[in-house]
Design a protein. Sequence first.
Length: 111
Amino acid sequence: MNNEKSFELSLLSSSDDDDDELYDRICVVAAAILNKRKEKMKKKRRIWMENINYFRKECSEFKLFYELTNDAFRTYFRMTRDEFEYLHSLIEDEIQIIEKLLVQESVSSLH
């Protein structure tokens, strides 16, 4: 009888050890997958922002404004084109007044 109990206990304990080992392996794999996804997202964003900054240096914000697709525009400016146009219309007069006061000629906000 003692042999049977000890055999059952050894089965239970080895099963628990196997479960713990399996759980540990699953956690390691899940962490590796999440880390890989996180790295992939960082790389994509970094490359995209570098491209935007490269074009901004080449052609200025003014030209970049018109060349961005709607999705890229929303990502870059954090608003839609319509929202941007609305905000611009609110401050357009003030910008023109400031432009007239400046001695140096500046790029107009009109497009």
